[in-house]
Write a protein that binds this ligand. Structure first.
Ligand code: IMP
Length: 500
């Protein structure tokens, strides 16, 4: 006879936190959200610690290099999506690792024999008014000049005028060498009253621009996470098919941690992938695995050598796995069981394997609940897809701004290997949808608010760090009737409100 779980599959909205004693010191300013990303032995420190417990999902519509830089600045981590060529993924990782705050790779570039029409078209397309003129028209080609809006007058010039005839040539430009620090660059900008300063290498090739307008943005990001070379931390998704080529390329590009991206992780394919990494790199390459939803799955991946284990099947906002296959588990039930298995494993072995709650987090209070239920960090797709930094288009639909957001298992992403169980790819079927999410502005502003809400709730629970939250949180199931009581009720609302 099949095994039946006694408890129904429950999700976050079915739980509430019960307050604990709040002392004078228990204020949001004293709350730390530091959390381990990868496994560690009792008494030791994890190789990577996050300053906020957030990871952006391994998805085309969520995690590219722009998102990774923005999230690392805030103290979280992105996992660059693996459903792209090995070269493209490695290039994204290396752009994060080579990113220097305030040093911008030129986004608009032309060759000297292009025309004013090309400049106008570029400006229309990406909005930048500074265009680099390089010999080969690339961002890192040999610099021959710059075109800014001061160099041309559209009303007086023929649009077929060649760029080399009106650009500010290199001989009239102030440039700085590759080892210039941000402070030095800003001093040069001020001394020479420049709007932009090209940074060029010894061969005269353009490396970056430093812009005057960015100066005020270089405030310290107190939570940013950096590696020992002061570069931002970044993760990358891998799959259980092409790991023999993808893993070395990502390691070479500088990825700090990898994650096997699969809808279901309790499989021989994940073990084979982990075995390959351990035999080739020992413990020097950190790699998470998943997704699982129970103790058996957790123990399998723990024994197979995973550095963290990801929990969740079917809870993602764009996910239709439960509808198409009847597989999955309510995210709260899955997380509670896996977190308990992690604690038991730690008791027995002295090895702490962080657990990531992946998918289905809709409201900020869900985040606090997931952390209280034992998640070490949270992976989110929909949450991050709404921000300026996500890779997708911002559109107006029915008069409101939205961003596109699609599942890795949708026809749009065609990431069939995520769902691969060794079958025929021509028979692949969709497990995700293509959708819009409400546009929400910059990541920083939103994350700051979410973090503050989590910290405030932790203070209500009487704790100032995540380990204490896990240990001391008191949680109760709610009845369907009390859920109605939880929102505003029996009043006439003056404005409609959303709860994020
Ligand atoms: P969200 O934060 O609720 O939007 O869920 C994001 C998570 O959904 C990801 O981290 C993945 O684990 C999962 N996911 C991504 N794409 C798909 C899909 O197409 N089908 C099912 N699950 C998906």
């Amino acid at each position: 006879m099949a095994t039946y779980f006694n408890e129904p599959s429950r999700t976050f909205s079915e739980y509430l936190l019960i307050p604990g004693y709040t002392s004078e010191d228990c204020i949001p300013a004293n709350v730390s959200l530091k959390t381990p990303l990868v496994k560690f032995k009792k008494g030791e420190e994890p190789a990577i610690t996050l300053n906020v417990p957030f990871a952006s999902a391994i998805m085309q519509s969520v995690s590219n290099d722009t998102m990774a830089i923005a999230l690392a600045k805030e103290g979280g981590i992105s996992f660059i999506y693996g459903s792209q060529s090995v070269e493209d993924e490695a290039a994204m990782v290396s752009r994060v690792k080579n990113y220097k705050a305030g040093f911008v790779t030129s986004a608009s570039n032309v060759m000297p024999d292009q025309t004013l029409a090309d400049i106008l078209e570029l400006k229309e397309r990406n909005g930048f008014s500074t265009v680099a003129v390089t010999e080969d028209g690339t961002a890192n080609g040999k610099l021959v000049g710059i075109v800014s809006s001061r160099d041309y007058r559209v009303s007086r010039m023929d649009v077929s005028t060649k760029v080399c005839e009106f650009m500010t040539p290199l001989s009239k430009l102030v440039t700085a060498p590759g080892d210039t620090s941000l402070k030095e660059a800003n001093d040069i900008i001020w001394d020479h009253k420049l709007n932009s300063l090209p940074i060029v290498d010894d061969d005269g090739k353009l490396m970056y621009f430093v812009f005057r307008k960015d100066y005020s943005e270089h405030k310290l990001n107190p939570n940013e996470i950096l590696d020992e070379h002061k570069r931002y931390i970044v993760g990358a998704g891998i799959n259980s098919r092409d790991y023999e080529t993808r893993v070395p390329a990502l390691v070479e590009a500088g990825a700090d941690v990898l994650c096997i991206d699969s809808s279901e992780g309790y499989s021989c394919w994940q073990k084979k992938t982990l075995d390959f990494i351990r035999s080739r790199y020992g413990d020097t390459v950190k790699v998470g695995a998943g997704n699982v939803v129970d103790k058996d799955g957790f123990l399998f991946l723990a024994e197979a050598g995973a550095d963290f284990v990801k929990v969740g099947i079917g809870g993602g906002s764009i996910c239709i796995t439960r509808e198409t296959k009847g597989i999955g588990r309510g995210q709260a039930s899955a997380l509670i069981e896996v977190a308990a298995a992690r604690d038991e494993y730690y008791e027995k072995t002295g090895i702490y394997i962080p657990v990531c709650s992946d998918g289905g987090l809709v409201h900020d209070y869900h985040m606090t609940l997931a952390l209280a239920m034992g998640a070490d960090f949270l992976m989110m797709g929909r949450y991050f897809a709404r921000f300026d930094e996500s890779p997708t288009a911002k559109l107006v639909v029915n008069g409101s701004y939205v961003k596109e957001y699609w599942g890795e298992g949708s026809n749009r992403a065609r990431n069939w290997q995520r769902y691969d169980l060794g079958g025929q790819s021509k028979l692949s079927f969709e497990e995700g949808v293509d959708s819009y999410v409400t546009y929400a502005g910059p990541l920083h502003d939103n994350l700051e608010k979410s973090v503050y809400k989590i910290k405030s709730t932790m203070c209500n629970c009487g704790v100032t760090n995540l380990a204490d939250l896990k240990r001391d949180a008191k949680l109760t199931l709610v009845s369907s009737v009390s859920i109605v009581e939880g929102g505003s009720h029996d009043v006439i609302l003056k404005t409609s409100r959303t709860n994020n």
